[in-house]
Design a protein around this ligand. Sequence first.
Ligand code: ADP
Ligand code: TRP
Length: 327
Amino acid sequence: MRILSGVQPSGELHLGNYFGAIVQHLALQGQGDALYFIADYHALTTIQDAARLRDLTRDVAATYLALGLDPARATFFRQSDVPEVHELTWLLECVTGMGLLERAVSYKDKVSRGLKASVGLFTYPALMASDILIYRSNVVPVGQDQVQHIEIAQDMAASFNAAFGREVLVRPEARLSEVPKVPGTDGQKMSKSYGNAIPIFATGKALKKAVNAIVTDSKDPKQEPLDPATCNAFAIYALFAAPDERDALAARYRDDRAFPGYGVTKQAIMQKMDERFGPARERYEALKRPGSELEDVLRDGARRARALAQETIDACREATGLGRRLV
Ligand code: ADP
Ligand code: TRP
């Protein structure tokens, strides 16, 4: 089984990325042939600042390695180290109707949130389909928001195989994590681009600021019971807590008229984050320093990934009639 997923270096990774994607990526690395990459080409749709892109790429790489990505078990690389992915994008675009991309909700969503309506943003799902298909991926672990993109990849694979009468490309399937949609501090989907994220490795003032920004209601526990089911802070706490801890806090919401308020929940979130991420934070800081092993890991991963991509491209060129390159 080939497992593949990508993450954009478009901001510091946050709790939504962690519970929606990273936990699953790490768990799957022992269960098949896993490939994970940093989608830096995709990030160019939003990050157009060279120093920032370089920084964020290192940041994502260091985050994954610090949290437990094992380069001996998973191939870890940068998307842009395998430029063949664009060649397949073009081949896929030539067998794809406009309607398929016009129906993609993420483009409309991003444009309605103020992103520039570039051609790159529009054809984003074609590049993503190519990412998936070029490594002949069977399973693509992602959060809810990416499922439509995987359906697009399924359609493109089928169109390519039908157009050229050969089963060259493999149909991928999405795999959702147990927490497909983590809420942000405002209750919407947590996202790097919505200003509602809590970064995994935030500490001190930055952490306090992010956690304090969690929007809660203005009920007075002395007057009426609080409702854990509609409380955003509770939902975030619940991601970390064991079932008995969760039940205990829910009971305090409902029954404890002396409950001091949502500050208790926010404090508990910070403590949980420190317990969960504290040990990895040191590794993260070390990996981010110049001269760490980060670059060697990515180079080694890119070599392995590129060899796989070249095999697929050769088969696709053959199927289309482009055939072998002359040089
Ligand atoms: P962002 O929306 O912050 O830019 P990405 O689009 O780079 O995040 O997502 C990287 C991975 O994390 C994807 O698999 C995506 O589905 C998952 N993910 C992102 N935000 C969330 C969330 N709030 N809940 C669950 N999964 C998420
Ligand atoms: N679009 C994905 C995201 O924003 C990142 C991504 C790019 C990806 N290519 C991929 C995810 C291929 C899975 C497979 O999260």
